[in-house]
Write a protein that binds this ligand. Structure first.
Ligand SMILES: [Zn+2]
Length: 500
């Protein structure tokens, strides 16, 4: 007999944009059977879940995840699940190992998306997985790490990879045009790839070629690529970086609105923080920024170390406030402790391939204006973190984006609209069927929160990683996490193939 559950006594915010109201939810098996007035469902045999004082919302959809590999290694995926995330959209910023032949830790091996889907389902992860096909990954597979434009054969091979990924259920494709491989491409290469999605409803999501000095040229390129393809554009982690570019937000929004008026469909994702986080080598100025072997060259030559130390005086980033995530310290603190210049400290981190750094580079005012746009959804831009290991916690966005987005969004636009942009909106962008809404027939991915407490107080030193105010997460009708039994995580997520 199908298992039945009734969530009763609380309020429901259904993801449509409507404000919360008092309703009960009847779940049968994996799906929502009915939503009705309080007391509507008193089936004796059903499990009764008391929601008194709580708000039930659709499971959150992380529009911008980087957890393809992490969710196999850490399938409980607590850093996402405990924010209320039940579905992750992965393969962002051009990076998707899932869409190419790949071996992970000697334990998992796949030839393409079908094999990855099988690996995810066999492993059993707590969250659902939607995949976007990454340009950087397929480019490296076809062309290696060469700083060159693609020739006709290489382009054809990349198109094949993308076609295969889309046939295997990828929701679209992504670029990361400030990163190696991606940044060696030109617009013609991207439009030629985009053409593969023409006539489909598969989205083009892009970490644009510039988010600062060349922001407007970059967004025009993004629009051109989307126009050559499906006509659906998703700007990844939309922002204006560096104070000298903060004023460009008006032109950015105007350019996107004009594209929309011309018939394109425009979306974006954003995490609600003003620090960005990316690899430390993004501090390099031109021409070193384009060198894929910079760390090896630094290790090989003291003279080159001096050259880069000097060059970093012209870094586009604010070095003193830059936080080296692994060390939980700023470059200013590291330089002072070691008695060296900030530039030399930065050079050493690049040489040692220290990985992630957080950069204070955004405007709070612009962030709020961006979050106020009805087409902006929430994305963590993060991999999975181990919540019980503070050293592993990177940027607080990895554990706090959704609680913070709920908080800030509710203040600005109301609870109903904030929830819509964490649920139904991303389901629409990526074409995820039957999710993102609390409606009869939808899959019962649900989150129960104390809405006045739901927030994150996570910091850059790994403090307070656990979001506040989260009470229960349900995936496909089964309780995946319950605050009353916090040690237990149910792994009921699936790979979701997108076919639209
Ligand atoms: Zn990115």
């Amino acid at each position: 007999m199908t298992e039945r559950k009734v969530i009763h006594g609380g309020k429901v915010c259904d993801g449509s944009g409507a404000e919360p109201r008092e309703q009960d939810i009847l779940i049968e098996g994996a799906r929502i059977a009915e939503v009705g007035a309080p007391g509507s469902f008193d089936a004796a045999e059903a499990e009764r879940i008391d929601a008194t004082g709580l708000l039930t919302v659709p499971g959150f959809i992380d529009a911008h995840s980087h957890g393809e590999r992490a969710k196999l290694r850490y399938p409980e995926n607590r850093s996402k699940l405990l924010q209320g995330i039940t579905t992750e959209v992965d393969g962002n910023c051009g990076v998707s190992w899932s869409c190419i032949p790949y071996e992970l830790d000697g334990k998992w091996r796949w030839e393409g998306l079908a094999g990855y889907a099988e690996a995810v389902d066999r492993t059993g992860c707590s969250t659902n997985t939607v995949i976007l096909c990454g340009h950087n990954s397929i480019r490296e597979k076809v062309m290696g790490r060469r700083n060159a434009l693609a020739n006709a054969d290489e382009l054809a091979a990349m198109r094949k990879f993308l076609e295969r990924a889309l046939a295997g259920g990828a929701a679209g494709w992504t670029t990361g045009l400030t990163y190696c491989r991606g940044k060696f491409s030109d617009t013609a290469e991207l439009t030629a790839l985009g053409e593969v999605t023409r006539g489909t409803k598969r989205v083009y999501a892009t970490h644009m070629r510039s988010e600062g000095d060349d922001l407007i040229a970059a967004v025009k390129e993004a629009i051109e690529v989307a126009r050559a393809g499906s006509g659906i554009l998703e700007v990844s982690h939309i922002k204006t970086i560096f104070p000298r570019n903060f004023h460009k937000l008006d032109e950015l929004l105007d350019t996107l609105e004009a594209a929309r008026a011309s018939g394109l469909t425009i979306y974006a994702d954003r995490y609600p923080y003003v620090y960005s986080s990316t690899i430390i080598s993004q501090t390099l100025p031109e021409p070193y920024f384009h060198d894929p072997d910079i760390s090896a060259k630094l290790r090989a030559s003291a003279a080159f170390q001096d050259e880069i130390t000097e060059a970093l005086k012209h870094s586009p980033r604010d070095l003193p406030t830059t936080i080296i995530m692994k060390k939980k310290r700023t470059l200013a603190q590291i330089a002072e402790a070691e008695g060296i210049s900030i530039e030399r400290a930065c050079m050493r981190e690049i040489m040692e391939r220290s990985g992630s750094a957080a950069f204070l580079c955004m405007s709070e005012d612009n962030m709020r204006r961006i979050l106020a746009q009805p087409w902006v959804c929430c994305g963590t831009d993060s991999v999975s973190m181990q919540l019980d290991d503070p050293a592993s916690i990177g940027h607080p966005r990895s554990v706090g984006s959704f609680p913070r987005f709920f908080r800030v969004g509710s203040e600005m636009c109301g609870v109903g609209e904030a929830v819509r942009r964490m649920t139904a909106l991303p389901a629409e962008i990526f074409g995820i069927p039957d999710r993102g809404l609390i409606r009869r027939g939808c899959v019962a991915d649900l989150v129960m929160i104390e809405s006045d407490k739901f927030d994150s107080h996570a910091g850059f030193r790994g403090e307070n990683p656990f979001p506040a105010g989260i009470r229960r997460v349900i995936v496909a009708g089964r309780t995946a996490w319950d605050a009353a039994k916090p040690e237990t995580v149910g792994r009921y997520g699936r790979f979701l193939a997108i076919n639209r």
